[in-house]
Structures are given as C-alpha cells and as structure tokens.
Design a binder for this molecule. Structure first.
Ligand SMILES: O=C(Oc1cc(O)cc(O)c1C(=O)O)c1ccc(O)c(O)c1
Length: 175
C-alpha cells in the first residue's frame, strides 16, 4: 500500500516519498518555500527545498559563515549576485536549467525576474531561518497578495544573527 504523508516531515532518518506540493510550507516575503528534507531527516547533512515566487524585489544582500547554498532554476528567470570578496564578483540571469553555487562567506542576493521555481540544496540547518522568520502555511503555490509575510527589519537582523544569516547593510547590487 502507498504511504501518504501530511506536510510534516519525519523526525528521523527514514525513507519517505512526497507528492507534488507536499513538504513543510513557509511564506517569507512574497515567496513560498517548501521544505522537502532538512537536517532532522538527513543526519544533519543537508536541507533541500523548492522556492516559488513572482517577479519582485531582491532579497537583502547577505552571507553565511557556515552554509553552502545552491540555486537550480526549474522554471522562470532568476538574477543571482555573488561576491566572494576574493575576486569572484558576478551577476547573471539564470533561466530554467541554470545553476548557481554560493559557498559560505559569499555575499549574495537574488531576484526573481520571471515567475520562477527554484530547487535548492544547502548545508543542514539553513532552512531553520525560514522557520524562524517565515509564516507556516498549508497552501501550496505562490502566495497571493493577502498572504505575503514581511518580517520587520529588526526581526530579520536578530533572527538572522541566530541562524548564520548575516545581512550587509548598504551593499549595492551591481550590474
Ligand atoms: O532563500 C534563499 O535565500 C533567502 C531568501 C530570503 O528571503 C532571505 C534570506 O536571507 C535568504 C537566504 O539565502 O538566507 C534561497 C537560498 C537558496 C535557494 O536555492 C533559494 O531558492 C532561496
């Protein structure tokens, strides 16, 4: 018999299957993050999630001291900025199939340019930040105008500091 799951994820290292749209869903700003697997399921090895959103603002520029991140664009267009402050300083619009690797200590930001779906695998624990500042939801799909969740600047800063999300105020996104 086929096992079905609600949106919650198992508490331990067990095999599981999710159907389209299943996973722990969190709204942050105007995007929906669906967590597919996290440290609790992967022996603290990695997190994997899908982001969906419409064209909007760039996320505030930031870096992580311990987290490596990936962006794999499934649909749409996403501009990614990366700056490792050691010589790699680049921006590019990634279309479906495009990929970005953002290692720890790299200042980065992204902006959805055309309604997009992005698959991300990161170091374990990264998505705890979404849980901390985002709003849980059971509604799949891109949040509607009444569903956006905009945390305060102060909350983003303090929760970010707890979760290794280090914002870089005044950082200018370049062309
Ligand atoms: O979510 C990603 O990044 C973020 C989005 C925010 O609204 C605030 C943030 O601080 C971040 C962050 O990176 O910390 C992200 C990362 C990787 C990926 O594949 C994504 O699709 C989104």
């Amino acid at each position: 018999m086929t096992e079905t799951l609600d949106d919650s994820l198992p508490e331990a290292l067990v095999p599981y299957l999710l159907t389209e749209g299943q996973g722990q869903k969190i709204v942050l700003f105007d995007q929906l993050f669906t967590l597919l697997t996290t440290g609790a399921q992967t022996e603290r090895q990695f997190d994997a999630f899908v982001t969906v959103g419409r064209p909007g603002q760039a996320v505030p520029a930031h870096f992580h001291a311990r987290t490596n991140e990936t962006f794999f664009v499934l649909d749409g267009e996403v501009r990614l900025w990366i700056d490792d402050r050691k010589g790699v300083r680049e921006t590019r619009i990634l279309e479906a199939g495009g990929f970005g690797f953002v290692p720890r200590d790299t200042i980065h930001s992204y902006r959805i340019e055309k309604t997009a779906r992005i698959f991300g695998v990161t170091s374990a624990g990264f998505t705890d930040f979404f849980r901390a500042v985002g709003r849980p939801t059971t509604t799949p799909g891109i949040p509607g105008p009444g569903e956006v969740h905009i945390p305060s600047f102060a909350e983003m800063g303090s929760r970010g500091a707890e979760h290794d999300v280090n914002f870089v105020p005044g950082y200018e996104l370049f062309d």
